[in-house]
Design a protein around this ligand. Structure first.
Ligand code: PLP
Length: 440
């Protein structure tokens, strides 16, 4: 094998070289075609090779590709911030641009701590989070992440931020069902706040639908309303990590909108640049910004490439594309259809335990026994096998984990570009069936 100088996720594995992409398809150098059933990593929300985005890219490159944010701003960054503020609900009006979801959640955490400092409260420095969650790979973001395998090597360096169970109804830790469970998993937050003391807690962070760590675990109706009430009662900011769920993935700009719940700070990434540029954002509400505007007037975060004009112009073009083609409106219908088809596959494939998610962010959990929900014995083995089989067949799915209290389950995420058309959706469903048949 020819030696590669590129560090890949698994060093001795051979990765196909992708040559180009068009719409929902990717083509490798060997001419093999893949249907991108995962939008890469829930990122390529409008598909590949969209001419409008390439044009916006070129136009911006002709003007300016880089200015340093501590001394200049750019039209692209200003316009993108204005567009995001207009698209987001409530008072989420203040955009801090970064280059990845991890940086966005780090920034959100810092904004929250700074908010309290600027109000003269210096003890509120902890950020609470949930087990079975993922907020990013950098140390602060990993501290907030309840993702055991990604934390494992670095535990001594991490803060113990994850403290409560997720709303994982398929494997409810209380063996109850929503709504008669009274949302005990949400109420755990109150117990923990009382134990630690609200005077030490700056914020609570959660993914509206748990992605990488859980395989599109969507909470029951009522869950986030209770979380919001608890945060308000104890004066704790609520950060919604919408890096995966935002930017239209579930049919709304924010998944939180489905439950009528507004965060104080929200993070967007992945679909914000739709894979055309590395860009993410932490958006603060007027409430969060007020003491900062009246105080130090500066958020202590930032990167050399923050608010990069090239990335901002591309993201603006992506958001305009979503609006112009009314893409978000079609997501719910496509998602419901796909979910129903996946549900129906349970009859043919006994290893499908749970089908879940919202819009075009759907998850499938695999089990050894559909009735007892017994997980497969080897951790992540089935997930990897499914991903490999799908790839052989010409389908891309996203591997995710699922686990609670030592139950290491297997799951994948199905999240095609939001632009997928009816015929492509049918093809996607057939390819999923083919993958499952190959596994059987
Ligand atoms: N937050 C969520 C919810 C994510 O799903 C991810 C990535 O999967 C991140 C944060 C981290 O984003 P990035 O990989 O761009 O750093």
């Amino acid at each position: 094998m020819k030696r590669s100088h590129l560090i890949k996720p698994i060093l001795d594995q051979v990765y196909p070289v992708i040559d180009y992409g068009k719409g929902v398809y990717l083509f490798d150098k060997e001419g093999k075609k893949y249907l991108d059933g995962a939008s890469g990593a829930v990122t390529a929300n409008i598909g590949h090779g969209v001419p409008e985005i390439i044009e916006a890219m070129n136009e911006q490159a002709k003007k300016i590709s880089f200015v340093y944010r501590s001394q200049f701003t750019s039209e692209a960054a200003e316009q993108l911030a204005k567009k995001i503020a207009a698209l987001l609900p409530g008072q989420l009006n203040w955009c801090f641009f970064v280059n990845s979801g991890s940086e966005a959640t780090e920034t959100a955490m810092k904004m929250a701590i700074q908010y309290w400092q600027e109000k003269g409260i210096h003890t509120k420095t902890k950020v609470l989070s949930r087990w079975v969650s993922y907020h990013g790979i950098t140390m602060g973001a990993l501290s907030m992440s309840g993702h055991t395998s990604r934390r494992a090597r670095f535990v001594p360096l991490l803060e113990d931020f994850p403290v409560i169970h997720p709303p994982y109804c398929y494997r409810c830790p209380y063996n109850l069902e929503a709504p008669s469970c009274s949302f005990l998993c949400a109420k755990e937050l109150e117990t923990v706040i009382q134990r630690i003391g609200p005077e030490h807690i700056a914020a609570f962070i959660a993914e509206p639908i748990i992605g990488a760590a859980g395989g599109a675990i969507s909470p029951p109706e009522g869950y986030f309303q209770i979380i919001r009430q608890i945060c308000d009662k104890y004066e704790i900011l609520f950060i919604a990590d919408e890096v995966m769920t935002g930017s239209g993935r579930t049919g709304r700009m924010l998944a939180c909108e489905h439950w009528g719940v507004l965060p104080d700070i929200v993070t967007l990434g992945k679909g914000l640049g739709a894979g055309y540029a590395p860009i993410a954002v932490a958006v603060a509400s007027d409430k969060v910004m007020e003491p900062i505007l009246n105080g130090s007037k500066s958020i202590m975060s930032g990167h050399t490439l923050s608010a990069n004009p090239q990335s901002c112009a591309i993201s603006l073009a992506v958001l305009e594309y979503l609006e112009k083609h009314k893409i978000m409106r079609q997501v719910e219908e496509k998602g419901n259809y796909l979910k129903q088809q996946l549900e129906e596959m349970k009859d043919s494939y006994s290893f499908i335990g749970d089908v879940r998610g919202k819009g075009l962010l759907l998850g499938i959990e695999f089990v050894e026994d559909q009735h007892t929900k017994k997980p497969f014995p080897r951790k992540a083995f089935v997930t990897q096998r499914m991903v490999e089989l799908a790839k052989e067949i010409g389908l891309i799915v996203y591997p995710s984990g699922s686990g609670i209290d030592g139950v290491n389950g297997d799951s994948i995420i199905i999240s095609p570009p939001l632009t997928i058309n009816e015929q492509e959706l049918m093809e996607l469903i057939q390819l999923i069936r083919d993958t499952f048949s190959a596994f059987s």
